[in-house]
Design a protein. Structure first.
Length: 158
């Protein structure tokens, strides 16, 4: 009885063992000129497996189950690349990608601003702006300059 149940269960045990077998995928990502692209994102989205390439463009995906999968590579400023691969029991080495640059035209950006001096001159308060250009032409100390400024009273103590 035990021998019969063992032979009945053998195909299920073998199939389960095959499902649990994993391997790794290794490769490199470069640009169109063949220069390594550092820190690219490499992933198999349907499995939730991914990694970030190193400074030399090399990547490694661990614990990839056997089967057919789509490996996707992304990097800022480059077009996304994908490749369908069949994973067996042996590791896949040399899965290399070359990414093409992607340029995007941005809309015009206008930056406007006002200096603090301009803001003060436009305020409703009585304000005098003293610039360094004005001070260069005078041979007075700071107290004398401040005494000539509207809204400032200078008291000298000794």
């Amino acid at each position: 009885m035990r021998i019969t149940s063992f032979f009945i269960m053998l195909p299920f045990i073998t199939h389960t063992a095959q499902l649990q077998q994993t391997t790794r995928i290794e490769g490199m990502v470069s640009n169109a000129l063949g220069q390594a692209l550092p820190y690219t994102n490499v992933f198999i989205s349907d499995l939730g497996i991914g990694s970030v390439g190193d400074a030399n463009g090399y990547f490694r995906l661990e614990k990839v189950p056997m089967g057919t999968h789509i490996v996707t590579v992304t990097s800022l400023g480059f077009k996304t690349a994908s490749r369908t691969i069949k994973v067996g029991k042996d590791a896949i080495k040399g899965l290399n990608f070359r990414l093409e640059e992607e340029t995007k035209d941005l809309e015009e950006v206008v930056v406007e601003g006002k200096s603090d001096a301009s803001k003060l001159q436009e305020s409703a308060q009585a304000v005098t702006v003293v610039t360094t250009e004005t001070l260069k032409l005078q041979t007075a100390d700071l107290g004398e300059i401040m005494a000539k400024t509207e809204g400032v009273s200078v008291q000298r103590g000794g």
